[in-house]
Write a protein that binds this ligand. Structure first.
Ligand code: GLA
Length: 739
C-alpha cells in the first residue's frame, strides 16, 4: 500500500516505489510538511523531523499544545497573514474585506485509483489498480469554507499528483490565489533547471543555482507560452543526466501559470506550482467549488535521464489518451513549408501521389484551405472549404487522398477570428475586446471569446461537419497568438478576473467534446510551433508541433531541452527543405532525418521538386523509421551527453526497447574541428550481459562494453571526398541489436 495514515499522530506517509512524502497535522490544525526524498521506512511518528527551535525574530502563535512560529515551519499549503511571511499557496477575500483564513484539519479520505477531473485535463487510473488517492480535509469555521488537498500516489512511477478544492458554504468570497501544490524543502542547495525561449527557439535549458528570494517562471499570455514552460527541475548541483538527486515539477494546465521557488531567510526553499495569481480571481457563492488543475511532482536520486524516464512512463499510462498512448503514430507529410497558402487540388495531388510512392502514411493539409484565405489577413472562423482551391470540395480532395492509401489530416485554428470573415460579419461580439479600448491584432488576427458557450457550440458544429465529410484522421489544432484586451462581455464586472481561466476551460471543453465524439481522430496541438507545449494539451492531443524552427541544428537544442520534461512521442519533428526557412542553414538530408527520427516523424517540403537521389534517400528513411518507430516513439529515451558539455558542440540521444534487445542512437556534432581526438560513443540502458552488434557489423560487443568502453566513431570528414561530404552538422546513427 502506498499511503500510510497514522490517525493518532495525524501523520500521512505517502510512499512510492523509491520515495517517501510525509506530512502531519500541526497544533493549529493546518498541515506541516516533514519530508520528501528517498524512501524511508514507515514509523509511528517522526519527532526528530517535526522538531523545531523558536527564534526571536518573528511572531508566535499560541495554541493549547504550546507555541510555534509559522514562519519557521515547513508547511503543506500555506496562507498569508498569520505570521508566515513567505508567498502563500492560497488567499481568500471574505465579505468584510479581510483576507485571513484559519483552515483546520477535519479528517481524511482514502480511495483506490484516481478519478479524472470533470472540466480539466487530469491524470487518471482508469483500471483503479495503479494509484491511491488521499484527500485531506480542512475547514475555516468562521467563514464556513472547506479546503480539500488531494494527493494521488503513482507508486510504480514515483510520481505524486496534487491539487486543491475550495468549497464555500458561507457568504460569497473571492479566491485571489489558489495554487495547486506547495513544497517546502529544508535547504536551498539546488540548481533550478528551466526551459525558456521564444518563438522558433523554445525550451532551451537554463541552469542556475538558487539564490535568496523568489525566482519564478510564469506566463501571463493565457497560454503556457514559448517563453517559459511550466516544467522545471530542482537538482543538487552535481546532478547530471546519469547521477544525482532531482525533483521534477510539472503542471497540467495550458493557461497563465506560476512556478515560484522562494529561498527564505533560513535557506529553506518553498516551491509553488499553479495558476498565476496575477490576472486571476474567482468568486465563490454559497455552494460553489473551485478545483485547481493538477501539479505533478517526482523525485529521483539517479540523475536526470531517470527523472525524464519516470515522467515519460507516467504520462503514457496516466495522462495521454489511452487510444493513442501506445499506438504508433503515422509518418506524415505536411504541405506548409512546401506551398504555404499558395495551393489548389491540382498542385497538391502530385505531392500526395509522391508521398504514397515513398511510403509516407498521411497527408496533412495546413493553413489556407478554407474561406478565401490566400494570406493571413482573412477567413479565420470560416471553417468551410475554399471552392476555388478545391472544386470538388474538401470531401472530394479527402477522398482522393484516401484513395492513394494515405490518411488525411487538416489544419484548424479554432480559437481565432479574422475581421475579414463571414463569422465576424455575423458575430463581431464573439471577438475578445475591451469596451472603449483599441484591440491589438497579432498576425492580423484576433481571438474568440471561448468563455461563451455559443462560441464553443459553433466550433463543435463546424469542425464536426468537416471531420465527418472528410472522414478525417488527424487535426493539427493551431493557436497563433496570445490574448490581449482580455474582457468577457458576458461576465459581470466582479468576474472579469475569472476570464483567463474560463477561456482555458472553454478550450478544454471544445477539445473534450471533439475528442469524445471522434475518438479515432489524432490531434496534434500547435501554437506557432511549441507555444502551448504542456500537459494540459497533451491530455487531449497526444502530440504537439515542437517548434516552427525546422532547422536540424536548432531542432537538436529544442528537442534536447524538451526531452527533460516530455518524451519523443509527444513532439512532431519533420524534415524540411534547405536552405532552411528559419535560419537559412544548409544541412544534409541525413542529418535532418536523424534529428527528426527522435519524435513523431514527418516531412514538410515539396517532394515533387527533389532530385531522384534525394527521393531514394527519403524512401529509405521512411522504411527505416517504420522499422524502428516503436523505439523512437515508445522506447526509453536517454540524453547521452551532459548539459554542460552538450551546450557546446555535441549531443547524443538514444532510444532502447523495454527488453533491451535493441536500441537506436545518434551522435550529433554541430561543428567539425581540425585534427580531432578519437571519439568514443558511450551507450546507455543496455543489458550489460547481453551480446550486441552495431549497425549490422560482424564484431560482437557485450552491453557492458558498449556502455563502459564505448564505441569508436570514425572521423567525421572523409578526406577522400571532402566536397561531397560537408563535415559540419554531422549525425552518426547507430542501430544496436542483440546478436
Ligand atoms: C503556425 C504553425 C505552422 C503553420 C502555420 C500556418 O505558424 O506553427 O506549422 O501551421 O501556423 O499558418
Amino acid at each position: 500500500m502506498g499511503i500510510h495514515v497514522n490517525e493518532e499522530q495525524q501523520l500521512f506517509h505517502l510512499q512510492t516505489a523509491k520515495t517517501s512524502y510525509i506530512f502531519k497535522i500541526l497544533e493549529n490544525g493546518q498541515a506541516g510538511q516533514l519530508y520528501y526524498g528517498p524512501k524511508i521506512p514507515v514509523k509511528k511518528d517522526y519527532q526528530n523531523l517535526a522538531s523545531r527551535e523558536e527564534h526571536d525574530c518573528t511572531n508566535t502563535l499560541t495554541v493549547d499544545q504550546g507555541d510555534f512560529q509559522l514562519e519557521l515551519i515547513k508547511q503543506e499549503y500555506a496562507g498569508l497573514g498569520k505570521g508566515d511571511y513567505r508567498y502563500p499557496a492560497y488567499q481568500i477575500t471574505y465579505p468584510n474585506g479581510s483576507r485571513i483564513s484559519e483552515f483546520a484539519y477535519t479528517g481524511y479520505k482514502l480511495a483506490k485509483g484516481k478519478k479524472r477531473l470533470g472540466d480539466l485535463p487530469s491524470t487518471f487510473d482508469d483500471r483503479g489498480d495503479d494509484a491511491q488517492t488521499l484527500t485531506v480535509r480542512f475547514k475555516d469555521e468562521l467563514a464556513n469554507v472547506r479546503l480539500d488537498l488531494h494527493y494521488t500516489v503513482f507508486e510504480k512511477e514515483d510520481v505524486i499528483v496534487r491539487s486543491a478544492t475550495f468549497t464555500n458554504h458561507g457568504e460569497p468570497i473571492t479566491l485571489n490565489r489558489a495554487l495547486s501544490a506547495q513544497l517546502d524543502l529544508p535547504d536551498s542547495d539546488y540548481d533550478l533547471l528551466q526551459f525558456s525561449g521564444t518563438w522558433a527557439r523554445e525550451r532551451h535549458l537554463i541552469r542556475t543555482h538558487l539564490r535568496s528570494g523568489v525566482q519564478s517562471i510564469s506566463s501571463l499570455r493565457d497560454a503556457s507560452s514559448h517563453q517559459q514552460n511550466p516544467f522545471f527541475i530542482l537538482a543538487r548541483p552535481h546532478t547530471d543526466n546519469n547521477q544525482g538527486a532531482a525533483f521534477g515539477f510539472n503542471f497540467i494546465y495550458s493557461g497563465n501559470f506560476l512556478d515560484s521557488v522562494e529561498v527564505d531567510q533560513f535557506d529553506t526553499t518553498r516551491v509553488l506550482v499553479g495558476i498565476n495569481p496575477d490576472e486571476f480571481g474567482w468568486r465563490l457563492d454559497n455552494g460553489d467549488s473551485f478545483q485547481t488543475p493538477e501539479a505533478v511532482m517526482t523525485y529521483t536520486d539517479q540523475g536526470l535521464n531517470q527523472l525524464s524516464q519516470q515522467l515519460g512512463s507516467f504520462y503514457a499510462d496516466h495522462l495521454i489518451n489511452p487510444h493513442f498512448a501506445h499506438e504508433e503514430r503515422p509518418i506524415l507529410i505536411n504541405n506548409w513549408e512546401a506551398t504555404f497558402m499558395d495551393f489548389n487540388e491540382a498542385k497538391l495531388m502530385p505531392i500526395v501521389k509522391k508521398a504514397h510512392e515513398l511510403g509516407i502514411e498521411m497527408f496533412v493539409l495546413d493553413d489556407g484551405w478554407f474561406g478565401h484565405r490566400d494570406n493571413d489577413r482573412s477567413s479565420l472562423g470560416d471553417w468551410f472549404v475554399d471552392q476555388k482551391k478545391f472544386t470538388n470540395g474538401i470531401s472530394g480532395f479527402a477522398k482522393k487522398v484516401h484513395e492513394q492509401g494515405l490518411k488525411f489530416g487538416l489544419w484548424f485554428e479554432p480559437e481565432m477570428i479574422s475581421i475579414d470573415s463571414k463569422l465576424y460579419e455575423k458575430h463581431p461580439d464573439w471577438m475578445i475586446s475591451t469596451p472603449g479600448r483599441q484591440s491589438t491584432p497579432a498576425r492580423n488576427q484576433y481571438v474568440l471569446d471561448m468563455t461563451r458557450p455559443e462560441v464553443v457550440d459553433y466550433l463543435v458544429d463546424h469542425i464536426s461537419a468537416i471531420i465527418k465529410q472528410t472522414k478525417l484522421d488527424y487535426i493539427k489544432w493551431d493557436m497563433n497568438r496570445n490574448i490581449t484586451e482580455m474582457y468577457g462581455s458576458k461576465l459581470g464586472a466582479d468576474r472579469q478576473l475569472e476570464f483567463a481561466h474560463r477561456y482555458i476551460l472553454g478550450v478544454y471543453q471544445l477539445y473534450s467534446r471533439l475528442t469524445n465524439a471522434f475518438p479515432k481522430v489524432l490531434f496534434e496541438s500547435c501554437a506557432s510551433g511549441g507555444g502551448r507545449f504542456d500537459l494540459g494539451m497533451m491530455y487531449y492531443a497526444p502530440q504537439a508541433w515542437c517548434s516552427d524552427d525546422t532547422d536540424a541544428v536548432e531542432r537538436i537544442k529544442i528537442q534536447d531541452g524538451t526531452s527533460y520534461g516530455y518524451t519523443p512521442s509527444m513532439w512532431g519533428a519533420h524534415v524540411s527543405a534547405v536552405p532552411n526557412d528559419q535560419v537559412g542553414r544548409l544541412t544534409s538530408i541525413e542529418t535532418r532525418a536523424a534529428v527528426a527520427y527522435f519524435g513523431d516523424f514527418g516531412y514538410e517540403l515539396d517532394i515533387t521538386k527533389l532530385p531522384a537521389d534525394q527521393l531514394a534517400t527519403i524512401k529509405k528513411q521512411v522504411a527505416f523509421y517504420k522499422q524502428y518507430r516503436h523505439l523512437f516513439q515508445q522506447g526509453t529515451f536517454y540524453r547521452l551527453e551532459n548539459p554542460d558539455t552538450a551546450s557546446q558542440n555535441v549531443y547524443g540521444w538514444q532510444v532502447v526497447s523495454a527488453d533491451k534487445t535493441e536500441a537506436v542512437a545518434a551522435r550529433f556534432q554541430i561543428l567539425n574541428g581540425a585534427n580531432p581526438a578519437y571519439i568514443r560513443f558511450y551507450f546507455q540502458g543496455l543489458d550489460p550481459d547481453k551480446t550486441y552488434t552495431v549497425n549490422g557489423g560482424k564484431e560482437k560487443f557485450s552491453g557492458a562494453e558498449l556502455m563502459h568502453v564505448g564505441y569508436f566513431v570514425p572521423r567525421i570528414m572523409d578526406r577522400t571526398k571532402p566536397e561531397k561530404d560537408p563535415s559540419d552538422f554531422s549525425a552518426h546513427l547507430f542501430v544496436v541489436k542483440e546478436a
